[in-house]
Ligand binder design. Structure first.
Ligand code: E4P
Length: 217
C-alpha cells in the first residue's frame, strides 16, 4: 500500500520524506489555509520536494472554471493531480481532464455509486473519506470494502485512496482490504510506529548495555 501524507506543511513533508516511506501528498483547501502561505508558490514547493503525486484541489464552481483552474495547477509540475469534488459538474471536469492527460483524484466520496461513476468518467484516484463517515456513526471501512469489490468486479484501474484517516487502525484496515493508497496526517504516521513493548524493550536493552560498558556495576 502506498502512503501519502495528508498535509500542506513543508516541514511535515520534509520529515516524512526523510523517513523514506512517503509516496505522495494530498492537500485540500482547509490544509492549505492552515499554512497561511500564498497558494501557487506553496504548491510549487511541495511538488518540487515530492517525487510522487501531489493532489491539489480545484475550488471553482462551474466546469469551465474548474477546468481552467486545473490546467493552471497542472502546468505547475508534472506530478500535480487535480482533486475534483464528486458531483455532476465534477464528472464533467474529470472527463475533460482525462482527455487532456491530466490525472484526477475525485474527492469527498461517501458512497460506492459515487466512486463507480468517478471511475467511469476517467478518474485516476477516488478518495473515500472514512473518518468523516465514522464521525456520523457510519462504517467508513465498509465503504472502502464495497468500492474495492466493485472495482475488482470490472478490473477498474482507478486507484482507491483511503482518506480522512484518523488513527492507526484505519491504516491497518485499509491495508487488509488491499486499498492502493492511504493518505494520512503526519501525527498518524508517527502513531503507526508507537508500541509500548518497543519502548520498554529499548529501555531494557540500553540499561543492560550500560553493564557491558561498565562490567561489575
Ligand atoms: C483527503 O484527501 C482529505 O484531504 C483528508 O483526508 C480529509 O480528512 P479530514 O476528514 O480529517 O479533514
Amino acid at each position: 500500500m502506498k502512503i501519502f501524507l495528508d498535509t500542506a506543511s513543508i516541514a511535515e513533508i520534509k520529515k516524512g520524506l526523510e523517513y523514506g516511506i512517503v509516496d505522495g501528498v494530498t492537500t485540500n483547501p482547509s490544509l492549505v489555509a492552515k499554512e497561511g502561505k500564498e497558494f501557487i508558490p506553496l504548491v510549487r514547493e511541495i511538488t518540487s520536494l515530492v517525487p510522487g503525486p501531489v493532489s491539489v484541489e480545484v475550488t471553482a464552481r462551474t466546469p469551465e472554471e474548474m477546468i481552467a483552474q486545473a490546467e493552471r495547477y497542472a502546468a505547475i509540475a508534472a506530478n500535480v493531480v487535480i482533486k475534483v469534488p464528486i458531483n455532476l459538474e465534477g464528472l464533467q471536469v474529470v472527463k475533460a481532464l482525462s482527455v487532456r492527460g491530466i490525472r484526477t483524484n475525485v474527492t469527498l466520496v461517501f458512497s460506492p455509486s459515487q466512486a463507480l461513476l468517478a471511475a467511469k468518467a476517467g478518474a485516476s484516484y477516488v478518495s473515500p473519506f472514512v473518518g468523516r463517515i465514522d464521525d456520523v456513526s457510519g462504517d467508513g471501512m465498509a465503504l472502502v470494502e464495497d468500492i474495492a469489490a466493485i472495482f475488482g468486479n470490472y478490473a477498474i484501474a482507478t486507484e482507491i485512496i483511503v482518506a480522512s484517516v484518523r488513527h492507526p487502525l484505519h491504516f491497518v484496515q485499509a491495508a487488509r482490504i488491499g486499498a492502493d493508497v492511504a493518505t494520512i496526517p503526519f501525527a498518524t504516521l508517527v502513531q503507526l510506529l508507537n508500541h509500548p513493548l518497543t519502548t520498554s524493550g529499548m529501555e531494557r536493552f540500553l540499561k543492560d548495555w550500560e553493564k557491558v560498558k561498565n562490567p561489575g556495576r
